[in-house]
Write a protein of this length. Sequence first.
Length: 564
Amino acid sequence: MLPQSDVSASAIRGTDIRGGDSPDTARLPIDIRRFPWIRPLAVDHAHDYGRVADFFAGDPASPHAWRDVIGRTQRHPRNRAAIAEIVQAQQRRRGAAAEAIAAAGQLRNAETVAVVTGQQAGLFGGPLFTLLKALTALRLAERVRTEQQVPAVAVFWVDAEDHDWDEVKSCGVLDAELNVRQISAGAPPGANEQPVARVRLDDAVTTALAELEAALPPTEFTAPLLAGLRDAYRPGAGMADAFGRWLEGVLGPHGLIVYDASDPAAKPLAAPLFAAELEHPGRTAALATAAGATLEARGYHAQVTPHPDSVALFHLNDAREPIRHADGAFVIGERQQSPAALAEDVRQHPERFSPNVLLRPLVQDTLFPTVCYVAGPNELAYLAQLGRVYEAFGIPMPLMQQRASATLVDSNAMRFLSRHDFPLEALRAQDEAALNELLQSQLPPSIDASMQDALRSVEERMAQLAAEVTRLDATLEGAARSTLSRMQDDLKKLHGKIIQAAKRKNETLRRQYHHAQAQAFPGGHPQEREVGGAYFLNKYGFTLVDRLSEALPVEMGTHWVLTI
């Protein structure tokens, strides 16, 4: 039978955080432990923090942990004025909202702390979870201001130096029939070779925008959505800049600080960190590997297993090349360079260097006064490998909070899930197995009882017959067993025909099932990873941000199904 959901047959009505009821919002909470795709580390981080406490800097559910990390972060020396000016220069180039510029100005204040999140520069704003990450950071920053009485801002780190173009080139949307449509920006010059920040969109993005317009169900919000996307994602624009402009346009008025991590102006601030990595080649890799081994020994998984000779830096030349340490020298691609020469290169040209996945969080927390990083469940695993790395570089490790998690469905899908107490995760399989179970549960009890009686009767009578005929001829036992198997198969086929008859009789229920399935797991994948935020902005308008802020709790461990 299907596992039961965590609530009764009626969905929980959303409560406005300002104190009043929000009649347009229905909320259905689901414990993430029910989702088989959520790994044990993320589950324990949310529900049993003590099991993983020694991998992290503190429990984000504890006010004491927040006070502790706020103090450490405020005391850590950093060039606040410089990063504030760099961020505001980016904002001016992008035409950011006044609220975002004002938030960046607060970085000059020695008391200000930051809640940081980040993601690669995805086409048309990337998947829905990108928006959920940013909203979680904004909500947590607001909570710090209110509960800790400390100035706090939310920062979105655009990971613009990754060169994996295939990760960012597409955006998924649902068409009018709820079919998944993948819109792609093609392969501009430099794609998959140069960092994404250096890749400039070509005419393929104009075609992609036309495909997006054709795929989106038209609403009153379609025209302004497309106008904003065309302004950001235009031929000649850098992919990272386009993403930053779009995200800033949507969330800048809410005070989100968007930071393009490829900005060469900020590299001198990270140069001491780069130099320290080169002075101790292999140390970061060894510490991360040791932490990964400990994770695996406890039944978790290691997200990153670096090569012992690897350095946690890339060199930016015509391509983004990894750096290795071998035989007392550094190797960049096929070129060998002495430690002294590479150290001088860092001092003179820090813009030629880029951190890898292990060093990127430390660069982030060198530039910004980070008290909390908002992570996806998969990010959490490699962050758990960095505790000793933070110690080695003398940088305070922030708290790690999992982002809010949600599936947005219409009222018909919500009624289906609620009325039948139907488990959301059962919709993931792209078949009708869960529907068959639901239909069977709704058959008259007499049919199920009669079917079970028939099966028992056949088995009992055939057992009696087999006993009798084997007295006559022992070789007939196999024939009796074969006959029983055929009779059992025939009864199973009859049961299947009964289910098919129930489907025909309950065609409405079947349509409701597939309607909910198409929204929650398009193509068999969780909606928040498969469907772009642009699709929902087209459906609900730019007030989607306010409505999600009101309806979506940010506490860890719960996935929310929302109708807004």
